[in-house]
Design a protein around this ligand. Sequence first.
Ligand SMILES: Nc1ncnc2c1ncn2[C@@H]1O[C@H](COP(=O)(O)OP(=O)(O)O)[C@@H](O)[C@H]1O
Ligand SMILES: [Mg+2]
Length: 510
Amino acid sequence: MVRLRRGADVGVASGATKFLNTGIPGLDDVLGGGFQERGLLLLFGPPGAGKTTLVFQMAFHAASAGRRVVYISTLAETASRLVEHIGTFSFWDAGLIGKRLFIESIYPLVRQGVAEVARALIDTVRSHGAQLLVLDGLMTIRDLHPQSAEHRLFIHEVSVALAALGCTAVVTTSEVPDMHGSTPSEFTMSDAIVELHQSDVHQQPARALRVWKNRGAPCALGSHAVRITARGLAVYPRIETRPLPGAVPTFAERLSSGQPELDVMMSGGLPRGSVTIVAGAPGTGKTLVMLQYLIEGARQGQKGLLVGFREPYPQLAARARSFGMDLEGPVKEGLITVLRHAPVDLVADEVLAQVLAEVERTGAARLGVDGLGELDHMIAVERRRRGVLASLTEFLRARGVTALFTREVGQVVGPELDFAGSPLDVLAENVIFLRYVEFRGALRRILSILKMRDTLHDHSIRQYEIGAEGIRVLSQVESAEGLLAAIARLPSERRVKRRGTAPGRREGKR
Ligand SMILES: Nc1ncnc2c1ncn2[C@@H]1O[C@H](COP(=O)(O)OP(=O)(O)O)[C@@H](O)[C@H]1O
Ligand SMILES: [Mg+2]
């Protein structure tokens, strides 16, 4: 089975079946190559789901590749109304209209009857020598002729005639059938069925696309995120459908955190290919730990990718500067790449697709994500969280990327960590916990390592300081003895520590 490269126009996906690429970002991946040439594709979805946008984007892709395309609307809509609506998308190319892309309306014929429509479609394809036909709005025909006996034959006749003419057909309908029940005949006759839908998950608007069937191609089942922008439609395949790498390599290297004392606690640093969570209440310095980690990488010539949801880059750079860290230098040199998403209406698959693409593009060895909470929140369906995060960590591990995620925990002062939160808490190999404790009337910062897989890590609790020179973890000797003794006496501290050193966590084999 050959997977088609995006951008290639036609290729062979399986056996002798030729596939027509849609040219829509992500859609060909979901389809497993494209649509069968000379086949019939049925696209359904409620009004506003993006059907007309999708078919035009596909039509322009085909036309710009040299094919002749006919777009036929069943609506009374004039061509100028269509241009008004679809002409604003950047894929619209007025130069192709009337040359390789022909827009027609058959509304008057639709009123006459189904047989007239069929004849007109076939004639139009023949007269233009079209290789792709789009019939936008099958529902109109059904609405006008609900009882017609010819209706059942219509799709069959048209598709047979078009295939003989070497033309691929795309038909849209706003009818949304029960795909698990009995479907109209055109659904059973189609070579491919794609659904576009819009929904609200906890008032978070979401567009999605689903491939119900695509003959001869290994399509990715399930619902995939869609976004419509001025560039048109883009599909973001569910990250879980990415093929998993066969054997995940194991690495012996350690990556310095940029903090010598922390490296000692971690038996040399962060194990390459592992995931580390830096957990702590707001203000404990999680972001600084992450910045220090990325900047240390850059100092060693390793590429880093910073994914942030909170602060815009200038704010982050200024903050780094105020703690004696230079983020702008490595960013200018291209050693650190910053991806920032405002935490508003984020779609997990879209953001993660971008993160994975950037990891591949930049060859990043280090990834810093600030913070995990936003990532969790983006995955609107809670039951998907584990699978999504597991796919992400598998991908990172397979590429030898060492990742650090910051994770906010609710409580400001105190020794306990609420570990009920993210599935990544379980997936991550290492957890570093930052917190404030009160000691002799003042707040002190302390750091501990709650877990580290396959490594005998330091179980001590250390004090750390945040100053103009960044974060500095104090050695055991430097840490206030009375403070540490006081913490050790706290009953809840013993609870946290016991979790962190649970059997199998420390020396257990993976
Ligand atoms: N520039 C844009 N950015 C984001 N969404 C857009 C943009 N232009 C149009 N849309 C949305 O795209 C959708 C287009 O729907 P359309 O293709 O006409 O759907 P259908 O044919 O299924 O009724 C509409 O929901 C519209 O709000
Ligand atoms: Mg439409």
